[in-house]
Ligand binder design. Sequence first.
Ligand SMILES: [Zn+2]
Length: 411
Amino acid sequence: MGAASFAACVSAQSNKTKSATSRPVTVHDLRIGVHAEKTRIVIDMDGPVRFQRFALIDPYRIVLDLPEVLFKARSRKFVKPSGGVSGYRFGLFQPGTSRVVIDLVEPRVIEAAFELPPRNNRRFRVVLDLKKVSRQAFLTSSTESIRRRLTQRRREAAPVSKAPLTRHKPRQTGGRKMIVLDPGHGGVDPGAIGASGIYEKTVVLAAAKTLKRILETSGRYTVKLTRERDVFLKLRQRVASSRAADADLFISIHADSIADKKLRGASVYTLSEKSSDKEAARLAEQENKSDIIAGMDFSDETPEVTNILIDLVQRETKNRSARLAGILAEELRNSVKTHRRAHRFAGFAVLKAPDVPSVLLEMGYLSNPKEEKMLRSRAFQEKVAVAVRRGIDKYFKDIQSAQRVDVGSRR
Ligand SMILES: [Zn+2]
C-alpha cells in the first residue's frame, strides 16, 4: 500500500482543521504482537490523525510523523528485542509535529498499514504489520519513503521552530550577563532512562529552570533556556540558540547513564578533539547521537552553523570555556559529590559555538539508583544551582580582573 493511500485512509480531516478546532488527539498505548510471519504494532488513540511514515537505516528505524498529539504512552527500551523491535519512543519533534520512532534490530518494512474503528471497549487503532526483509530491500524502501517524505515536507508550511532560534535580535540585558542554559534531549529523544523509569529530559528541564531562577534572583544575569518544554531540538539548533542570544556563556545540562551502575558524581565537560578518558569519549558519542535518535530532520541546513568545525573554535573561547569548567568543577566539589576527575573533555557537538564559551554540566548519573533519587529532588537541584551560580560569579570576576591587568600592562 502506498503512502498516499494510507495517509488518505487514516485521515478523516486535514490536520489543520483538526488542530484548530479540537483538542489534540491522545496516543494512549503502543502494543507489539509477534507472529510467525510478521510483527504487528497497534497504536491506540482517540481518533484518526493524518501521518507520514518513513524508514531510516543504521540503525534500522521506522518513523511516524503526526500532527502535534498528546502521548499517554511511555517510551520503552527492551532488554530483549521482541519481533525485531528493540523499543519505541514518542515525543514532540518540533512545534506542530509529533513523532513516533520504532527501533529495530533487523531490517523490517511496513507490509500493511490500516486503521480499526473503536469497538468492544477498544479505542481507535492504527495497525502496522512489519515484515522481515533483506538489508538491500530495506534500503530501497527507506530511500523511497524518504523521497516521499521530502516531497511532503516541501508542501508543508515553513518550520515554525527555526525563526526564533536564528533571528538575531539586538541584545537588551541592562548590563546583565546573558546566559543560555540548554536542558539536554527532549521530545522524541528521552535521553537516559533512570533506574525508576524517569527520563533525563525531564530531570534536566527541571534543573535548568531551577538554575535560571537562582541566577536571575542575583540580579546579575539574564537567562534564556534553549527549550522551556518537552520538545526535541537538534544539537545545531542549541548551538545556534546561544549565538542568536549573543550569550556570554552557554551551559548544556545533562544527567546521563553509564554501563557501570556504581559510578556517581558530577562532571563538567569542555570541547576537545581528544578525550580526557574513554568514558568521556563514550559519553560524547552518545550525546552526539541525539539527532540520530530523534530521526531524520528535513528542514534546510543553516550553513552558518554547519560550517562550524572543531578547528574553528577560537582560542579565546576555548580558554574561557576551560577556565569556567575549572571553576565550576571546584565549586561543585565543595557542595556535591563529583567524579574523581571533575573537569573532563571530549568532542561534544553541542559545545561547538566558536564565539560563546560553552560547557556541558553532567549533574550525575541516572544509572546509579541512589544518584537518580537525588537528581529528581528539588533540594539537590538547588544545591547544584547555587554552586553553579557561585562558579559563574567567580568566572566573570576573574575575566574582569584579567582584562584590567591586560589594560594596565599595556600602559
Ligand atoms: Zn544527556
